[in-house]
Design a protein around this ligand. Structure first.
Ligand code: BGC
Length: 379
């Protein structure tokens, strides 16, 4: 045998051993090889900040794309009952389209999700005035909320999940809020087909905080039109009654006998004509002890896709996209009224001015932590 033959034989033996090694790999190791995190440049903000896009892929091929501008979930690819993947969140292809303005597609909302009446609240006798951006009220963190800032990012990988940890330090006085607030929002895509969103915050002065994610879902595919045929179950017997400006009156009412009742699965469109502008209501989840609870479950009959939302938060805003008017065109689609729905897990709107609602005050030395899980499956 020549030296060349010997080298070839050694190479072949190694190849055979390797392939045996691969075949005897544990399922976990196999899964780990399919999971990936990819980072790419996604553009630059007008003030010169570089924005990155992270693509998380789990072992089953589910993909979540998340960018550092606004912590926005730009795409979410999930399979239907035949294994066909579709992108099930509304959004755009480019950073510029997000920067031009949009109704919070996929974004992290902070410091305060939903409305604070007249942008005013008081802590320990000091009144604070926030930026007003929804008539005379404060909405979703103000003029430049957490949906419009660039977050720092760190990749995370475990045997069962891939993720990205986003962090942002909001300075004392930003949009009128007291205290320097350090926030961490962690997106994790698990091999159980869950998108987990963990929220953490700490402050150096007494302040208020209420973080959420504003993804608009359409389980038939973001470009497939109306969501009115989706069947929704909400684990909520009550909701917070609101006035014409969508500010809670303070009264908590039963959904029984009203078109707001989703305690049993019902098509979103079954009674929507009785609700002016569609659903835009904060539901009180049937569990206020802060433990992780099923808040909502949605089933799309044509594709079989199911979304379940679990949360530690006391409330969930059901918003059925009543303000979408066709002016937002994204990823090749035109988004019209009722083309997406949001399940924004949150503390109740205007809690800082409603002493009977669960408190949203965060003090130095305390840690704000919340968890929401969107779990995808098929039926
Ligand atoms: C609010 C709506 C608002 C929408 C988009 C929802 O969270 O409840 O009133 O129009 O966000 O801005």
């Amino acid at each position: 045998m020549t030296k060349k033959h010997i080298r070839t034989s050694i190479f072949l033996v190694i190849m055979v051993l390797c392939s045996y090694g691969c075949n005897s790999e544990s399922p976990t190791a196999k899964e780990a090889t399919k999971m990936s995190i990819n980072k790419e440049a996604f553009g630059t903000t007008p003030d010169g900040k570089a924005v990155d896009l992270y693509t998380l892929t789990n072992a089953n091929g589910l993909k979540a794309e998340i960018m550092t501008y606004g912590g926005i979930v730009t795409k979410l690819q999930a399979p239907d009952r035949n294994g066909n993947f579709a992108d099930i969140v509304l959004g755009f292809d480019s950073l510029d389209e997000y920067i031009k303005g949009h109704p919070y597609f996929g974004a992290i909302i902070g410091r305060y999700a939903n409305r604070i009446a007249k942008g005013k609240f008081t802590i320990d006798g000091t009144e604070y005035t926030l930026a007003t951006n929804n008539g005379r009220n404060h909405l979703h963190g103000g003029i430049k909320g957490f949906d419009k800032v660039v977050w720092n990012a760190k990749e995370l990988k475990t045997e069962q999940a891939v993720g990205v940890e986003l962090s942002y330090r909001s300075g004392d006085g930003e949009e009128g809020y007291p205290g320097n607030l350090s926030c961490i929002v962690t997106y994790t895509l698990t091999n159980d087909n869950e998108l987990k969103i963990g929220y953490e915050a700490e402050t150096d002065k007494p302040t208020i905080v209420n973080l959420t994610n504003h993804s608009y879902f359409n389980l038939a595919g973001h470009d497939s039109g109306s969501i009115l045929g989706h069947e929704l179950m909400l684990n909520a017997d009550r909701y917070t009654l609101a006035d014409d400006e969508l500010i809670p009156t303070g009264e908590i009412k039963s959904v029984k006998g009203t078109p707001l009742d989703f305690t049993k699965p019902m098509a979103i469109g079954s009674r929507i004509e009785q609700v002016k502008g569609g659903y835009d209501h904060n539901y009180v989840i049937n569990n206020l002890d802060g433990s992780l609870t099923l808040a909502a479950s949605v089933y799309e009959p044509k594709t079989g896709r199911v979304l379940e939302a679990f949360t530690t938060q006391p409330g969930v805003q059901l918003y059925t996209g009543g303000f979408l008017d066709g002016s937002n065109k994204g990823k090749g689609a035109v988004y019209n009224k009722y083309n997406g729905f949001c399940l924004e897990t949150q503390h109740f709107p205007d809690s800082p001015n409603k002493p009977a609602f669960p408190s949203v005050v965060l003090k130095p030395g305390e840690k704000y932590t919340q968890l929401t899980i969107y779990k995808f499956s098929v039926r």
